[in-house]
Design a protein around this ligand. Structure first.
Ligand SMILES: C[S@@+](CC[C@H](N)C(=O)[O-])C[C@H]1O[C@@H](n2cnc3c(N)ncnc32)[C@H](O)[C@@H]1O
Length: 234
């Protein structure tokens, strides 16, 4: 993976220069200042690579405007880039249940979110994600109640999240799963994959096969950022 400024080139495009071109030409000039600020804050962290990439943010922004969702869920908030993308693009009365088991990174982005005037849309829950989804499911009012979900937490649980989210999402609702191409490693021979990627690569491959065979959703796997899979619940 190469670094371009504070954004990592994940190797999905032909070259790092092409990725840089895309960012400089189409993404950065249109990225709201508040998102730039969270990206800058994130770039100072040792685990900066975890932040949602700005091209994914731009892609999500467009989708969100098309869907206009009111009830949304996010799994994996980190410093809040994707939560802010969602908050900026849903209606004034839209809400995000944003779940992460480590609030300390969210605290870093929170002043920016407050200044952007959208904190009231975010219901942050510091917790493991699965129990929160289970709790939501205990109330039948939450069944088929959500319009949109973004999943960017622990990759080994994506299949568990998918099963629960399918019960929470309305027919026609969208869920986006991030990192489904895992730096392109899903298509590499195992012996050419770096040790730190082997395990997550396995989860990504398994999950991609599950989604490809899942007749409950329409899917599109898109090579933006680290690969995202968009599912429309049928
Ligand atoms: C890739 S980062 C999310 C990036 C974020 N979407 C953004 O826009 O920058 C993954 C996040 O998932 C959280 N996480 C990992 N496992 C989790 C779990 N089981 N339950 C809740 N949060 C989890 C981590 O604390 C981390 O903040």
């Amino acid at each position: 993976m190469e670094s371009h400024g504070n954004v990592v080139h994940r190797g999905l495009l032909q070259t790092g220069d092409l990725y840089q071109y895309l960012l400089k030409t189409s993404v950065y000039p249109r990225e709201p200042d508040s998102l730039k600020q969270i990206r800058t804050i994130t770039s100072t962290l040792p685990r900066a690579v975890m932040g949602t990439s700005p091209d994914v943010g731009q892609f999500m922004s467009l989708l969100l405007k098309l869907i206009n969702p009111k009830k949304t869920i996010e799994l994996g908030v980190f410093t809040g880039y994707s939560a802010l993308v969602t908050a900026l693009n849903i209606p004034e009365d839209g809400k995000i249940i944003a779940i992460d088991h480590n609030r300390s990174t969210y605290e870093m982005g929170l002043p920016v979110i407050q200044k952007a005037g959208v904190e009231h849309k975010i219901n942050y829950v510091e917790s493991e994600a699965l129990p929160v989804l289970d709790k939501l499911l205990q109330d039948t009012e939450n069944h088929e109640a959500f319009d949109f979900a973004f999943v960017d937490a622990d990759k080994n649980n994506y299949t568990n999240y998918h099963e629960k989210l399918l019960k929470l999402l309305k027919p026609g609702a969208i869920v986006i799963y991030d990192n489904t191409l895992w730096g392109g490693s899903v298509a590499m021979a195992e012996d050419s994959v770096t040790a730190n990627r082997i395990e997550m690569r396995k989860y990504a491959i398994e999950f991609n096969e599950i989604l490809a065979a899942d007749t409950r959703v329409q899917i599109a796997q898109v090579p933006v950022g680290d690969g995202v899979t968009i599912c429309r619940r049928l």
